[in-house]
Design a protein. Structure first.
Length: 171
């Protein structure tokens, strides 16, 4: 029975699957935890055998130029531009990621809706309304199970659907 072959993602060296980790450790100084789950090379794009694309800002090497570009954009800022959070030490090469960070970590550009009966808060008014219905018996639209002898009710229509499937085997 022949053994499966794998191609090194760093240098395109072909070897038996059970030897790939050893090859990458000895030749590239990588431990097995830094490999992807298969250790295989995506051969849809790349240079000639043995061609490596080196990151000029760190020690990473890539068999595919596309992977180098993605790495540089995510880790170093593709054009050298970094976006810094003015409230903590977070930085990112993508402005959209900084906006998401600020909203989720510092509530920038977002409005918090606070419960007046407990410490619950959310950036969506809808979620506050549902919270008040469930936790504080506030007025709102309840979804009731229409099965005989069942008193289940919920503030969320999806929960009613799940209830019917699990409790009553109705899909």
């Amino acid at each position: 029975m022949s053994k499966r072959k794998r191609i090194c993602g760093c240098c395109r060296y072909e070897c038996q699957a059970d030897m790939l980790d050893a090859h990458q450790s000895v030749i590239h100084g990588r431990d097995s935890s830094s490999n992807d789950s298969t250790g295989q090379l995506d051969t849809r794009e790349g240079g000639a055998k043995g061609t490596l694309f080196h990151c000029d800002e760190c020690d990473h090497k890539f068999a595919l130029n596309r992977d180098l570009k993605i790495h540089k954009m995510r880790k170093h800022g593709a054009d050298g531009t970094w976006f810094y959070c003015d409230e903590c030490n977070h930085k990112t090469p993508r402005s959209n990621d900084l906006k998401k960070h600020k909203v989720t970590k510092h509530n920038a550009e977002g409005t918090w809706f606070h419960c007046d009966e407990c410490d619950f808060k959310n950036t969506k008014k809808y979620h506050l309304k549902k919270h008040k219905m469930v936790k504080h018996d506030a007025e709102g639209t309840w979804f009731h199970c229409d099965e005989d002898e069942c008193n289940y009710k919920t503030a969320h229509n999806n929960d009613l659907k799940k209830h019917k499937i699990t409790a009553h085997k109705i899909s």
